[in-house]
Design a binder for this molecule. Structure first.
Ligand SMILES: N[C@@H](CCC(=O)N[C@@H](CS)C(=O)NCC(=O)O)C(=O)O
Length: 208
């Protein structure tokens, strides 16, 4: 059986989530460069793979395509259930889903607003930016970091006592925000830094 193809672009944070997840599962994927800098993800050919025109996309042997990072990860978890990263009991599955959604809807969305209204995207001159939107989203990101710091006082990982998909969602968000959006967690957030250092030491995290 040939390797499944993952449409990817260096440093793009959502494909990185899937690459980390696959590494944790010891699943090899064939990486296919989708040059988003040259808008390859908006071509009619790519839109057939993902109508949203975004990466990552997983393409199976039979040509079927799956988009959305979490959907792809769920597919991989079904193919290779161990190590379990989405939960085992009804309660644990629900808690992990809930925590993953907190990170996606409350942190990732705000980082996204800061990114599209920030200097790197601005330098591409693709569309008009809204500086006030970035002021508000930067503030929301920094206050979410504080909330996380408080939560990591009692939780070892994002969804409790073990490493899950929710940790992958968070580390990808914080690394991207720190490196590409100038939104680093403040130094005094000791619990958040303890978590980040611990998770960053996993071999899967070397993936860019
Ligand atoms: N919710 C989607 C987000 C995908 C996404 O926004 N991908 C970015 C790259 S990290 C992208 O394709 N951006 C280009 C664009 O939106 O035009 C997922 O989890 O896969």
């Amino acid at each position: 059986m040939s390797k499944m193809k993952l449409y990817d672009f260096p440093k793009a944070p959502n494909p990185r989530r899937v690459k980390i997840f696959a590494h944790e599962k010891n699943i090899e994927l064939e990486l296919v460069n989708c040059d988003i800098a040259n808008r390859e993800h908006k071509t009619p050919e790519f839109i057939k793979k993902n109508p949203s025109g975004k990466i990552p996309v997983l393409e199976l042997d039979n040509g079927e395509c799956i988009s959305e990072s979490v959907a792809i990860c769920r597919y991989l978890e079904y193919l290779k259930p161990e190590p379990n990263l989405f939960g085992s009991s009804a309660y644990e599955i629900a808690v992990i889903e809930s925590r993953n959604r907190h990170i996606e809807f409350e942190l990732w969305t705000q980082i996204g607003i800061s990114w599209v209204n920030g200097s790197i995207v601005g330098s591409l001159g693709l569309f008009d930016q809204i500086p006030d939107a970035k002021v508000a989203s930067d503030k929301n990101v920094m206050s979410f970091y504080q909330r996380l710091d408080h939560e990591f006082n009692s939780n070892h990982f994002v969804a409790g006592e073990r490493f899950t998909i929710a940790d992958i969602t968070l580390i990808s968000a914080i690394d991207f925000a720190s490196e590409m959006v100038e939104l680093k967690p403040e130094e005094d957030l000791k619990n958040l830094h303890r978590w980040r250092n611990e998770v960053s030491s996993r071999p899967s995290m070397k993936i860019e």
